[in-house]
Design a binder for this molecule. Structure first.
Ligand SMILES: *Cc1c(COP(=O)(O)O)cnc(C)c1O
Length: 409
């Protein structure tokens, strides 16, 4: 095998944690920091109206990417806030009649913690397990819904293992049972087709920085027909139809809109290119690393996601440390400070050794074939080094534990 032409290093392969802003996005944003700086809620003069027009154009671009109407888009600071607003907002609004929420164990922490905070407040939460493929069982979901259920929250695509939920089937089920369907689509937006009508979605959380837009902005889609009612999280000036008070960040709104516009035209070709690179990487890794396993189904998966376990390395952190010029991750950015194995991998029932050695490799718009070949060679040689020297190191450590240091009682 010939060595790959070396790409510029370090190689970034953590596109599920965040993406770089597309240069076209940054260019679209720049005029709104200085020249067109008006408050988009100040309608008494041209400064404000110009900013408002830009915000409304961005809102329309976001809506178009998910088959919604612009009036159904509520800007937020990101998907974390959108998830909080959807879940707490719907639950609190309807609490007199309904006090039960259904979600799944592999949701993002901000969904699980929003549900936990409602549980502490007297709501009942059913957290569904996932199957070995990483997806929930629809029969279990149906069985979990009761006349007290207000909302089902199931993510569109998982941030660690990239598996894509059968949204239309979940939407039909929720509609038939008269419960709201919320989906966290932070990872799915701009990567796979989304349509709130065809998929029966009532509430959908979005984030700009996962699709080459700026950090610090997202949105909540809120269905108007039939109208979904929410209690707002923030008290204030009543912006965003009363659902999200606060002055909108015009440059961020514009950047989010530009990111959606680019995704609209690039998504299909990009998914094909990135999916082919990912499949190439998986083919090589699965040939060159004995015992490697793919976590989550290959059948319904984001094109840019690979999540693999390599039990021979003992611990995913060791592999990351051995790869100083390839940026991959052990799982979600929010929990990677903890030494514990990922709760998402644990939920797959793959065993402790596989869960502890899971790594996520995220490909995206700027990933090249040369980067993938380089990363592959680096990973393979790091795994070989680790599995060769980890064994004696482990047995030395074990021996030391068993015999104790010399001279100890
Ligand atoms: C990144 C992410 C979030 C959080 O989004 P922010 O905009 O960073 O708050 C929520 N859910 C999923 C699935 C994500 O990937």
């Amino acid at each position: 095998m010939t060595a790959a032409a070396n790409p510029r290093t370090p190689v970034y392969l953590d596109y599920q944690a965040t993406t770089p802003a597309d240069p076209q996005v940054v260019e679209a944003m720049l005029p709104y920091f200085t020249g067109i700086f008006g408050n988009p809620h100040s309608q008494g003069h041209g400064f404000g109206r110009a900013a408002r027009d830009a915000v409304e154009a961005a809102r329309a671009e976001i809506a178009a990417l998910i088959g919604a109407s612009p009036r159904e888009i509520v800007f937020t600071s990101g998907a974390t806030e959108a998830n909080n607003l959807a879940i707490k907002g719907a639950a609190r609004f309807h609490r007199a009649e309904r006090d039960h929420i259904v979600t799944s164990v592999t949701e993002h922490k901000c969904v699980l913690e929003s549900c936990a905070s409602l549980a502490a407040d007297g709501f009942t939460v059913s957290t569904l397990p996932v199957q070995a493929d990483g997806l929930i069982d629809l029969e279990r979901l149906e069985a979990a819904i009761s006349p007290r259920t207000v909302l089902v929250s199931v993510m569109a695509a998982n941030n660690e293992i990239g598996v894509v939920a059968p949204l239309a089937a979940i939407g039909r089920l929720c509609r038939a049972r008269g419960v709201l369907f919320h989906t966290d689509a932070a990872q799915a937006l701009g990567k796979i087709p989304l349509d709130v009508e065809a998929m029966g979605i009532d509430l959908m959380s979005l984030s700009a920085h996962k699709l080459y837009g700026p950090k610090g902005i997202g949105a909540l889609y809120v269905r108007r027909r039939p109208r979904v009612r929410l209690e707002p999280l923030l008290s204030g000036g009543g912006q965003e139809r009363g659902l999200r008070s606060g002055t909108l960040a015009t440059p961020l709104c514009v950047g989010f809109g530009a990111a959606c516009r680019i995704a609209q035209t690039e998504m299909a070709a990009e998914a094909e290119r990135i999916g082919a690179l990912r499949d190439h990487l998986w083919r090589r890794l699965s040939q060159e690393l004995p015992g490697v396993r793919l976590n989550g189904t290959a059948a319904a998966r984001l094109p840019g996601n690979l999540n693999i376990s390599i039990p021979a390395i003992g611990d995913a952190e060791a592999l990351l440390a051995a790869l100083p010029d390839v940026a991959i991750s052990t799982g979600s950015a929010c929990t990677s400070a903890a030494v514990e194995a990922s709760y998402v991998l644990r939920a797959l029932g793959i065993g402790e050794a596989a869960a502890r050695t899971g790594v996520r490799i995220g490909l995206g718009r700027f990933t090249t074939r040369a980067e993938i070949d380089y990363a592959c060679e680096r990973i393979v040689s790091a795994v070989q080094r680790l599995s060769a020297c980890a064994q004696p190191a482990w047995s030395n450590a074990l021996e030391a534990i068993e015999t104790g240091p010399a001279g100890s009682p």
